[in-house]
Ligand binder design. Structure first.
Ligand SMILES: [Fe+2]
Length: 468
């Protein structure tokens, strides 16, 4: 018997757990479903099956990974959702309650899982090497069967990767390679990053260990045609602090931000570090090369309250907590410190940035973000930036809580940005979810159609479009 979920913002309203797996073969569509929208949209997000062991102490990032699968074919949209059968999920299902501590905290775990593997697989879902992989950054991937969403099992590249894998790998569509990294790759609190590259068939072809200036939290990284760039933000892990009863992670802006630039075909010996004053970013839009420079479009802020400072106080809004769209230029030829920042849109709080995935690692034209009409990270707008024309379009009247926008390209021959933008949204009036479908060229005209869900899907993280 499941106990009631406690009073916590991440367990209520649009974020509350669903408690259900279902198959809906033919969703009600309001509006005209575009006949050339053909393929599958997968989305991952946390959906805890059991209430936390710690009462009302909970974190959004802890929920069990639940995959939403929307298939566009034969003039209809079929939807199904399934939890990822991680070891955590299976152990807790068997016990009928939570066994792991929130975020894998070993001090809060039940004794029977002291030596078990914590994996929620709740952050992203990607398609590479003919495999569908559910990812969270703390551990290895979990492979799923793409039609049924049945869990195949942990995927560790034939035993070649034991440690963590980022939830934000980059797929270079020119080479078919997937480039990814592991943070704290020699164990918790270690300043080591591991670079991996898998070829288009999913075979591991690079496994390189890199030493960073200090152990930090890095959720994303940057890849261009020829380079990998490892950001090290001053969100610092400290074992001594943790051992003395403090929080393991703290915002230490005096340490600055550091960017390790390494050729994709190089080794750890080839990495060069460039410094910048303190910055924080969860997600980048894309990175590319222009002449001798590396450019990164990124949602960044000057400070973060994701963790307290070392003295226990939190950074405040005057320090610049809200992320907005910026462009960083790294000029390796100009020597240390050669990083410039341009604010592309300082007036809009924006996050969950995406572009047409086919242009990842090459210069992109179009960027799509979830945005806020206020100064909080409550996303009620969808934003489209055309970097070539410098124009911006937006849509959102406050009636939805919006998620990450995904570009579904019209077909393989389509130009960049030619297709539809999908957004899994929560309708405040109905308390139900809807998959909103926009013409990517005209998002400001609102959705061309809406696939109506018969229930509410909890707010989630990241997804992938796999064209037919
Ligand atoms: Fe993310």
């Amino acid at each position: 018997m499941t106990q009631p979920f406690p009073d916590n913002v991440f367990l209520q309203g649009p974020m509350g757990p669903s408690g259900i797996e279902c198959d809906a073969p033919d969703l009600v569509i309001k509006g005209e479903l575009p006949p050339d929208l053909q393929g599958v949209y997968f989305r991952n997000g946390p959906d805890p099956i059991y209430p936390p062991r710690e009462g009302d102490e909970y974190h959004w990032f802890h929920g069990d990974g639940m995959i939403q699968r929307f298939e566009f074919a034969d003039g209809k949209v079929a939807w199904k959702n399934r939890w990822v059968r991680t070891e955590k999920y299976e152990l807790e299902r068997a016990a009928g309650k939570s066994l792991f501590g929130v975020l894998g905290n070993p001090l809060k775990a039940a004794p029977e899982v002291a030596d078990k593997h914590y994996n929620t697989a709740n952050t992203h879902i990607v398609w590479h090497g003919d495999k569908l992989l559910a990812l969270m950054e703390g551990t290895i991937a979990v492979e799923l069967e793409p039609q049924s969403l049945n869990t195949v099992g942990n995927f560790d590249y034939q035993g070649q990767i034991q440690g963590p894998i980022t939830a934000h790998p980059k797929i270079d569509h020119a080479t078919g390679e997937m480039i990814f990294f592991g943070n704290q790759a020699k164990g918790a609190f270690t300043p080591f990053l591991r670079l991996n590259i898998a070829d288009r068939h999913g075979k591991l072809i690079k496994n390189e260990m890199i030493e960073a200036p200090f152990p930090s939290f890095a959720h994303d990284f940057f890849v261009t045609e020829n380079y990998v760039i490892f950001p090290v933000y001053p969100l610092v892990f400290d074992l001594e602090r943790a051992m003395s009863g403090g929080l393991p992670m703290a915002w230490e802006p005096d340490r600055g931000a550091h960017f390790g630039v390494m050729p994709r075909d190089g080794t750890a010996q080839d990495i060069r570090w460039f410094d910048m004053e303190a910055r924080w970013s969860f997600h980048m839009v894309n990175a590319w090369e222009e002449g001798d420079a590396i450019k990164v479009d990124v949602c960044a802020s000057n400070a973060t309250a994701f963790a307290p400072k070392a003295d226990g106080t939190m950074a405040n809004p005057s320090e610049g907590l809200s992320p907005n769209l910026r462009r960083w230029t790294i000029s390796p030829g100009a020597g240390t410190g050669a990083i410039a920042e341009e604010i592309i849109d300082g007036d809009t709080v924006g996050e969950f940035p995406r572009t047409d995935d086919r242009f990842m690692t090459r210069r992109h034209r179009h960027a799509y973000l979830a945005g806020s009409s206020g100064q909080q990270m409550v996303f009620d707008q969808i934003l489209h930036y055309d970097m070539q024309s410098g124009t911006q379009k937006r849509w959102g009247d406050g009636s939805y809580l919006l998620g990450e926008p995904i570009l579904a390209h019209r077909n393989d021959a389509a130009a960049e940005g030619d297709g539809y933008v999908l957004n899994l949204a929560y309708n405040h009036a109905s308390s139900l979810s809807e998959l909103l479908i926009f013409d990517a060229a005209d998002i400001d005209r609102g959705p061309v159609c809406r696939a109506m869900l018969p229930l509410r899907i909890p707010a989630g993280f990241h997804g992938t479009w796999v064209g037919a």
